[in-house]
Each structure stands twice: as C-alpha cells, then as structure tokens.
Design a protein around this ligand. Structure first.
Ligand code: GRF
Length: 196
C-alpha cells in the first residue's frame, strides 16, 4: 500500500514546515506531497521547492466560495493536512472532507490565548502581559472554529519573569520544532491501526 500523503498549509516563514519536510523525507510512515500557501511571497514556498515538493497557491475567494481545493488535494492523493502557521479559518467543507485528519499547531497552552486574532506575537505579548510563568505549543485537531478542536499534545516550558515576548516566542518555537513532526506521525500511525 502506498504511504499516506500529507499536505502542509502555511502562510509564513515555514520553519515548522521545514521540520516536517525534513522529518518525513526518508519516512516509511508518510510523505509530504504538497505545500499550500495563501501568500505568494511566503518563505515556505521556497522551502518546499528545495525539497522538491509541489506547491499550490490559494486565493481567498476561491477558497471560501468554491470547493476547488478538494480537487487539488485529491489530485495529489492527500490524506492528512498539517496547518503550520496557516492564518485562515478552514471552511466547513474542507473540515468535513478530512474528519480527524487535520492538525494545527498553536503557540500557546490552549484554551488560553486562542481564537481569532490570537496569532504570532499577539499570543506571546498576551502571555507576557498576564505574567504567566509557563507557555508552550498546543497541537490539536481542527474543527470549524479557531483553536477549538480536540487537543492531541501540549508541551510546556518555564518562563522567566524577565522574558520578553520574543524570548517566549523562541522557547515555544523550539518546542514546536521538537514535537510537531513526530505528533503528526503518531496521529497517522494511530489512524492506520484503526483501519487494520
Ligand atoms: C508557529 O508559532 C505556529 O505555532 C503558529 O504559527 C507559527 C508558524 O511559524 N501557528 P513558522 O512559519 O513555522 O516559522
């Protein structure tokens, strides 16, 4: 049987996407077969190119008003989706087409600091403003609401009262890189064992 194929959705620099691409490069479990972005200048597109993985650019109107992306995903044989810094809410038709097969990573310990507008530096500034002494990434299944699907994994790191939002971001990102690829693999393996 062929390996499950992953599509990564990303809007930004793509450091998590790079880690996922590296992790699955020689994997027997799954492969990254497509990288999708809503920004043509996103760094993640160059990274995908360096790995020889095809890319696809989406625009807001066709993403929300048509289901064309489902055809694109189908034509690449995609079975799993990893959102790695993808800022748009997924439309309901897409969530329904991949039940239990879409993971997102969020840079805070959900349910704290999630929801619309809570992304990037906004998250780490809120953590700092609250004086929290820990933070860390959350990996969760995706539903039709921002940051609300079932949590699969969290990792936490200690924060120093002197840490600035950039320091918090750095600590959390290191944990994202360390865990997101292997959690994607675990979820794919669990899915496989349910089918057998
Ligand atoms: C990460 O902090 C992730 O938690 C969030 O977006 C950021 C993406 O960073 N969803 P990068 O593009 O992977 O470097």
């Amino acid at each position: 049987m062929s390996k499950p194929k992953i599509a990564i959705f990303a809007s930004g620099g793509g450091s998590n996407a790079r880690k996922i691409l590296e992790y699955f490069q020689d994997s027997e479990t799954a492969e990254v077969a497509l990288v999708i972005s809503n920004k043509k200048e996103a760094g993640v597109l160059d990274i995908a190119g360096a790995f020889g993985v095809p890319t696809h650019l989406i625009n807001r109107q066709s993403f929300y008003e048509t289901t064309g992306i489902l055809e694109v995903l189908k034509s690449h044989g995609i079975g799993f989706i990893a959102l790695a810094g993808f800022l748009w809410l997924l439309p309901a038709y897409l969530v329904k087409a991949f039940p239990g097969k879409i993971l997102n990573i969020h840079p805070a310990l959900l349910p704290k600091y999630g929801g619309k507008g809570m992304y990037g530096h906004h998250v780490h500034e809120a953590v700092k403003a609250a004086g929290d002494l820990e933070s860390g990434p959350t990996i969760h299944f995706v539903n039709e609401h921002y940051d609300e699907g079932d949590i699969v994994f969290q990792a936490s790191c200690a924060l120093d009262p002197d840490d600035q939002p950039e320091d918090i971001a750095r600590k959390v990102l290191a944990l994202e890189h360390a865990h997101f690829p292997r959690i994607i693999e675990e979820v794919i393996l669990q899915d496989k064992s349910r089918k057998n």
